[in-house]
Design a protein around this ligand. Structure first.
Ligand code: 5GP
Ligand code: ZN
Length: 112
């Protein structure tokens, strides 16, 4: 299996786990862009946000439940940024859908 995040799920590549459910894994980003930066993924392989459909979308709501739980457990009550990069134009570098959960700093908009 060639997918980096599938290898993190199966443990063949180590990660610093932050939270886990039966279907969702959250781990620290290796190159954090904020004082708090975790990656939240479905354990099953979905390539990108462009691949979400009626058959596989249930895990997306679970991901956002996990995001709220992580935020609560990590004192992100002042807010946080959730980012999904999709495809080449979106700047996606790992082709397993993932959500960046970042906090403990103020973010600009757009970008930044
Ligand atoms: P993307 O650019 O696809 O939205 O995000 C990929 C993210 O995965 C980047 O923020 C990058 O730092 C992170 N990343 C890449 N390789 C690894 C790794 O081996 N371990 C961890 N924990 N994060 C990684
Ligand atoms: Zn994968």
């Amino acid at each position: 299996m060639e997918c980096l995040f599938c290898k993190i799920v199966d443990g063949s590549i180590p990660s610093k786990k932050v939270f886990e459910t039966e279907n969702v894994l959250a781990f620290e980003d290796i190159d954090p862009q904020a004082p708090f930066h975790v990656i939240v993924i479905p354990k099953t392989h979905i390539a990108s946000a462009a691949e979400i459909n009626r058959q596989n979308s249930a895990v997306m709501s679970e991901i956002f439940e996990v995001i709220a739980k992580i935020a609560e457990e990590n004192q992100l009550q002042d807010g946080f940024r959730v980012v999904n990069n999709c495809g080449v134009d979106g700047g996606q570098t790992v082709e397993h859908i993932h959500f960046h959960l970042m906090g403990r700093r103020r973010f600009g908009w757009p970008a930044g």
